[in-house]
Design a protein around this ligand. Structure first.
Ligand SMILES: [Zn+2]
Ligand SMILES: [Zn+2]
Length: 168
């Protein structure tokens, strides 16, 4: 491992503590719930989940989990004001989301698209099983501090980038 790569890893560790640098435009993922698998999507601040609780309430334990995992990198789901919010049903969903947050292996991202505010520039990062970042380090190394940051945040929910082995 060359010193350039080591400095990128160090940067990613710092970046991972600053989720406000990251802004998701869209993503799509599978969520292994307790009973079945759900498909969750996020597109220009709009959330969607195929579970029945979401259809009634506009939010669910799956979305609340992602809000916790992705922190400031996503907009919170809008709750319809006509619904009584803090009933016992929703409280049990919140408790579930807190548990799910520690179980990232339940999540499998299919794709996402985000903006990463680096130290000098904004970068476009995308994932569909393969990673892509608009920064110049990525184009020569197949990995970069931005990709490594997202890998740290999402853990087992993404496939790690295959960096291009350095020849030297
Ligand atoms: Zn759901
Ligand atoms: Zn990059």
């Amino acid at each position: 491992m060359d010193s350039g790569m080591i400095s990128k890893i160090e940067k990613a560790m710092l970046y991972a503590k600053e989720p406000e640098r990251i802004l998701f435009n869209s993503f799509s993922l599978s969520f292994n719930g307790d009973h079945e698998q759900h498909k969750v999507t996020y597109n220009s601040s709009k959330w969607q989940c195929d579970c029945s609780y979401f259809q009634d309430r506009g939010v669910c334990s799956h979305i609340m989990t992602l809000e916790r995992v992705l922190k400031n990198s996503v907009q919170l789901a809008e709750i319809p004001e006509t619904l009584p919010y803090m009933d016992s049903g929703i409280i049990s969903k919140i408790k579930k989301a807190i548990l799910y947050t520690e179980e990232k292996e339940r999540l499998t991202f299919n794709s996402f698209n985000l903006i990463f505010n680096g130290d000098h520039k904004q970068h476009q990062l995308s994932y569909d099983g393969n990673w892509n970042c608009s920064c110049s380090y990525f184009s020569t190394h197949g990995v970069c501090s931005h990709v490594m940051t997202i890998e740290r945040l999402l853990g087992a929910a993404v496939t790690p980038a295959e960096g291009i082995p350095s020849i030297a």
